[in-house]
Design a protein around this ligand. Structure first.
Ligand code: BV8
Ligand code: ZN
Length: 242
């Protein structure tokens, strides 16, 4: 017996021509990546808005880099879970399915997803603060790495608070939202903008919105269907109902 909500979501997917799935830190929770705002809302003892900013990095590059050095080390052994694999499989099954993620862990791509907009960059990419040098990988770069080209400090190639999102990602995401006739919102607290504005943009178009999150969010009122459960189980259940 398939619970109605899985069958309902499966029906929406089958009837849609253009699907967008937006994901946040909750999408990676079942892979063992800590979320930002669950429980204490602290991020390994810090508030994200206090360490993930250019001001914090300028003020104390050692602290900010040590924070990312630990997250990079923690990410190295982590694998995508069934939910990442289901979404990647749906990109083969459905004609037009775009994933828009706030996550910087690269797990959608590792699971085989092909069309992914990464709004906030990637933790496994490091770039120079002064020239256009960048390097791929999660190897330990030491306490405070400097650029092999010009000697300036290196930084994680992620989007910090108060920084603009990559133009191509935000334009591509907005176009996907303008084209879609179904939006799944998975594992995000919908607190960070402009990522959360994409959900509001879809709602303004009257697109059916399905939220998959154990807890409600400030934008839950925009969702016609809410699956209040972990996304790995929900996505596997919906996939079985297709
Ligand atoms: C911008 C990369 C224009 C870094 C991140 C004042 C000055 C400047 C800007 C602002 C300001 N006030 C507000 C802003 C805008 C600001 C913002 O939105 N602030 C918030 C805090 C209010 N945004 C920005 O600054 C953006 N840039 O606006 O530029 C500008 C420029 C200059 C001046 C003004 C404006 C940049 C935002 C990007 C920040 N970078 N990450 C890094 O990772 O180190 S954000 C960070 O939060 C992550 O990317 C994360 O993904 C993201 C959002 O969090 P969520 O993904 O939603 O995660 P969260 O933990 O919150 O929630 C997890 C959810 O999962 C929960 O709901 C939970 O219930 C659920 N869950 C848990 N387990 C599961 C699950 N769901 C399903 N299954 C499970 N198993
Ligand atoms: Zn350099």
């Amino acid at each position: 017996m398939i619970p109605s909500t899985y069958a309902t979501v499966a029906q929406h997917l089958r009837e849609s021509k253009s699907i967008v799935v937006t994901t946040g830190a909750g999408m990676s929770a079942e892979s063992g990546v800590p979320t930002f705002r669950d429980e204490t809302g602290l991020w390994m003892g810090y508030r994200p808005e206090e360490v993930a900013t250019p001001t914090a990095f300028a003020r104390d590059p050692n602290l900010v880099w040590s924070f990312y050095r630990k997250r990079r080390a923690d990410l190295a052994p982590i694998q995508p879970h069934v939910g990442h694999r289901v979404l990647a499989g749906w990109q083969q099954r459905f004609e037009d399915l775009t994933i828009i993620t706030q996550n910087v862990d690269g797990l959608h791509e590792r699971a085989g997803a092909t069309r992914v907009f990464e709004l906030h960059g990637r933790l496994d990419l490091t770039r120079c603060t002064a020239c256009n040098h960048q390097q791929q990988g999660l190897d330990d770069l030491g306490a405070l790495p400097t650029c092999p080209n010009c000697g300036a400090l290196l930084r994680p190639a992620v989007v910090w608070f108060e920084e603009m999102l990559p133009e191509a990602a935000i334009v591509g995401s907005s176009e996907a939202i303008d084209r879609c006739d179904l939006l799944l919102v998975i594992g995000t607290s919908n607190r960070v903008y402009p990522a959360a504005a994409l959900v509001e943009q879809a709602a303004l178009r009257g697109v059916p919105i399905i939220e998959i999150n154990p807890k409600p969010t400030p934008l839950s009122n925009l969702a016609g269907v809410a699956l209040r459960e972990p996304c790995g189980r929900a996505l596997a259940g919906i996939d079985a109902a297709l």
